[in-house]
Design a protein around this ligand. Structure first.
Ligand SMILES: C[S@@+](CC[C@H](N)C(=O)[O-])C[C@H]1O[C@@H](n2cnc3c(N)ncnc32)[C@H](O)[C@@H]1O
Length: 428
């Protein structure tokens, strides 16, 4: 049955106003609240976000007493999402505990060359690593690098988010016009100096700001916090049992070859991940600009995706056939595998809500919402209505090499919904 989506607020986080974390792809909490209302997601229900990013869906759903679960391939985003889910009974101790962590933190060495040296000078690196280590000493058991983020509590994650904010703010001179990219210091020249006292004041300010943010959101009960399951994971192979969730509310990666990893390399460095880990992570992302040789044969992509791939393959522009068509096929194959998993872990009849953005390949318009709707329909999912929002920001507008059509048109962000088949095994 067609279900209309009464959505008013736009999916995109406003550039002004308080936010949990600086994240280009972040949802607006008000938009998620509208979705919960539209889909009837309320106390006692369960929601999954298999591409959780900064955890907006889960944070908002948890304040309603909903059981939440989420995964993301990027360990930095798992930490950002977990820190947001702190229960109300911990919020008053955040500042005193932050001060205690700082008062006991000393300088610390990383085994080998510290990945923070891509941006920070030697002394600043020692103090920063020392603070990261102290968060773990006070709040967790492990202290090997890289950090196993699945072992971090929400509380430890909260302080890592504060450290992420303090350090990335100091590194803002390395940013570029592209919000998903950060440069490195060349041969460690021009590295940023972040003195111990600057680091400590920035960390204290971030702890305070984030604590205020969490106190201003509606409270999460200890029971909802304890029931939440957030971890690193791949949407193509989810760590959940069959028929677990009543709703899946999420925003998958888009077909814009956006890099969700490099822009967060400093956060990954703080968690102890170095160059080769980052390369592996980039290769595994759905929608990655790096090409891998995944087995993409045999996936049911739907008529619209197949038609688009054909047009891209036959386009006469450079690398259309050798790079773009295989890269886009890899994207749709990853989405098809993820759809299979969504159907497996969703309860029969569960609601699925996806937010996606359109894009262009040269003069070809890629209506991702239409392509994914046909992918769902092919599996026997019942499509609901679609709601489009014009996005004011666009990566193509920042890219001087983008096709003129892409630079001059504003991207459309679409919310599309489905109901999963009532009987199990409904894949076509
Ligand atoms: C559009 S963002 C989600 C943003 C989120 N709605 C928010 O409010 O922050 C997509 C996310 O998918 C993640 N991702 C990409 N490929 C993945 C995969 N195969 N499995 C799980 N997560 C993946 C990226 O790391 C990124 O955080």
């Amino acid at each position: 049955m067609e279900r209309s989506l009464e959505l008013v607020r736009s999916p995109k986080l406003s550039p002004v106003g308080p936010k949990w974390y600086r994240y280009y792809a972040g949802f607006d909490p008000g938009f998620v609240a509208d979705i919960c209302d539209a889909l009837g997601i309320e106390e006692g229900g369960s929601v999954l976000d298999p591409w959780m990013g900064s955890g907006t869906t889960l944070g908002v759903a948890a304040t309603r007493g909903v059981e939440v679960a989420g995964i993301d391939l990027n360990p930095a985003m798992v930490v950002v999402a977990k820190g947001r889910l702190l229960a109300a009974d911990t919020l008053s101790s955040l500042e005193p505990l932050g001060a205690e962590i700082l008062s006991t933190a000393g300088p610390a060495e990383y085994p080998g060359i510290d990945p923070l040296r891509h941006w920070l000078d030697a002394e600043s690196t020692l103090w920063t690593r020392g603070l990261a280590q102290q968060i773990r000493r006070v709040l967790t058991t492990g202290d090997a690098w890289p950090c196993d983020v699945d072992d971090l509590s929400s509380l430890a994650s909260f302080y890592f988010v504060a450290l992420f904010e303090a350090v990335t703010h100091a590194l803002r001179s390395y940013g570029s016009r592209n919000p998903t990219w950060i440069k490195r210091a060349t041969a460690y020249k021009g590295a940023v100096e972040l003195s111990r006292s600057q680091l400590h004041s920035a960390f204290t300010a971030s702890v305070k700001r984030l604590a205020v943010y969490l106190r201003s959101a509606r409270n999460i009960t200890p029971e909802t916090h304890d029931a939440a399951v957030l971890s690193t994971g791949d949407s193509r192979m989810m760590p959940f049992d069959e028929s677990t969730f009543e709703a899946i509310v999420t925003s998958p990666p888009y077909l814009t070859r956006l890099d969700y990893v490099v822009g967060h390399a400093p956060e990954l460095a703080l968690l102890g991940f170095d160059g080769s880990d980052i390369r592996t992570l980039r290769d595994r992302m759905i929608g990655t600009p790096t090409r891998k040789d995944d087995d993409v044969a045999g996936e049911s992509l739907g008529a619209i995706a197949e038609g688009l791939l054909e047009r891209v393959r036959d386009h006469d522009s450079y690398a259309a056939r050798s790079y773009y068509e295989p890269n886009f096929r890899q994207y749709f194959a990853g989405m098809a595998k993820s759809f299979d998993e969504i159907e497996r872990v969703g309860k029969p009849g569960a609601s699925v809500l996806l937010v996606v953005q359109d894009s262009r390949f040269k003069d070809i318009h890629i209506d991702l919402a239409a392509a994914l709707t046909s992918m769902g329909e092919q599996r026997g999912w019942t499509p609901g209505s679609r709601k489009d929002f014009v996005n004011v920001r666009s990566m193509a507008q920042l890219n001087k090499n983008a096709h003129p059509l892409a630079r001059s048109t504003k991207p459309i962000e679409s919310a599309i919904s489905f109901s999963l088949p009532r009987a199990t095994g409904g894949s076509a």
